[in-house]
Ligand binder design. Structure first.
Ligand code: LMR
Length: 397
């Protein structure tokens, strides 16, 4: 039966974690996967999460099924986080939200839903993008094409190229956009550029699908929602996948959500009915725990304040690690100007290291990064940063 089964390549992100775990060196450093760790190198359990969880556990509540689309308090909290508590879209019943199994699961149910519309159009992802975007949309049956995004020379967005790509796409192309903290480059477009992107999506009848995995990691919860709010004002129908893996440090709980913005309440009812069929035939209904914690935090003013403070601390620590890396790389004698690392937003730095240089870091120093040169700045700390800066400087010399 399985004689013709080919050995698949390892996942570029989690496959690297497997290699890291197997590495016996005590001072190894994992800058591969996008996971925030504290200065002690630990994945934090946020105070807000801990308090919400303690209250939940004390209730010893039975574990019945939740609705196919997930619990209402969670879905409403997600909508308010994305669009604001007094959003007209929410009041008008134009937002359909369903819990997803993490941001990936949310993207997948969104992709499956769009595929069922039989639009016969491709999905477009940025070049470069998060490694899993292509796989998710291909697995859902899409032809996946790319739009120009990053300019390696300026280390910024090639916006003219992006516009040209978007304008060339056939109607109904699903365009996967990074709402903030572009993964892997950390290069985001400006608000004025978002306005232009929205105009093109409207004029060319493209389907925007915003991936929001890092809300709060660039400038703040509200500020990082700017692109989503601009789309909300546009009157267009669009999709948003939310992930709470990073912002709540709840990676393994797989907490995410898909929101679909429709034209009317009546349309929302029909859209939700079909989305529920997608979910029911995939995994029936979502798990209880992670979404219950997230909803408890978002729906309590005290816990929400605590969470926002903790998220701000994570954001600030990442920024301080960016600054320290730039300073230490210069001090270690690199000739290249690395100040661009301070301009990049979110968890990652697109370092410009070549696949060969990344391989040497892994072999010679036990420092793991993606072969694209993406390094997770959120995994740097005061104990490992000297080693990382010295190793990079040596390899570049
Ligand atoms: C990453 O980009 O490293 C994270 O989003 C983890 C993942 O699911 O790939």
């Amino acid at each position: 039966l399985f004689t013709s089964v080919q050995l698949a390549p390892k996942d570029p992100i989690f496959g690297l974690t497997e290699a890291y775990v197997a590495d016996q060196r005590a001072d190894k450093v994992n800058l591969g996967v996008g996971v925030y760790t504290t200065d002690e190198g630990k994945i934090p359990l946020l105070q807000a999460v801990m308090q919400a969880e303690e209250t939940l556990v004390a209730k010893h509540a039975p574990r019945g099924y939740v609705p196919i689309e997930g619990p209402n308090p969670f879905n409403l909290a997600v909508q308010q986080l994305l669009f604001g508590a007094d959003s007209d879209l929410i009041k008008e019943g134009r937002v359909v939200t369903a819990e997803g199994i993490g941001g990936t699961g949310a993207l997948r149910i969104g992709a499956d839903f769009i595929k069922r519309l039989n639009l016969n159009a491709p999905a477009a992802i940025s070049n470069p993008t998060w490694e899993n975007h292509r796989g998710i949309f291909e697995s859902a049956g899409f032809e996946v094409i790319e739009y120009t995004y990053f300019d390696g020379n300026t280390r910024g967005v090639d916006f003219a190229g992006m516009v040209k790509s978007l304008e060339s796409f056939p109607a109904n192309t699903t365009v996967v956009l990074h709402a903030c903290c572009h993964n892997p480059t950390g290069a985001d477009i400006t608000e004025a550029q978002w306005v232009q992107v929205i105009e093109i999506c409207k004029a060319k009848k493209l389907i925007p699908f915003l991936d929001m995995a890092y809300q709060g990691f660039a400038d703040g919860i509200e500020q990082d929602g700017a692109a989503v709010r601009l789309f909300a004002k546009s009157g267009m129908s669009f999709f948003v996948s939310s992930s709470f893996s990073k912002s709540f440090s709840l990676y393994g709980e797989r907490v995410g959500a898909l929101s679909i913005i429709t034209e009317s309440k009546e349309e929302s009812t029909r859209v939700m009915s079909q989305l529920k069929r997608v979910i029911r035939t995939n995994y029936s209904n979502p798990p209880t725990h992670g979404a219950a914690i997230t909803a408890a935090v978002l729906n309590s003013p005290e816990l929400r304040k605590l969470w926002e403070d903790e998220l701000a601390q994570m954001r600030e620590r990442i920024k301080s690690m960016r600054e320290a890396l730039v300073t230490k790389l210069a001090a270690a004698g690199t000739k290249q100007d690395f100040s661009f690392i301070n301009e990049q937003r979110g968890m990652f730095s697109y370092s410009g290291l070549s696949p060969e240089q990344v391989e040497r870091l892994q072999k010679e120093d036990g420092i793991y990064a993606l072969s694209t040169g993406r390094i997770c700045v959120a995994a740097l700390n005061t104990k490992n940063i000297d080693k990382v800066a010295t190793a990079i400087a040596r390899i570049l010399a």
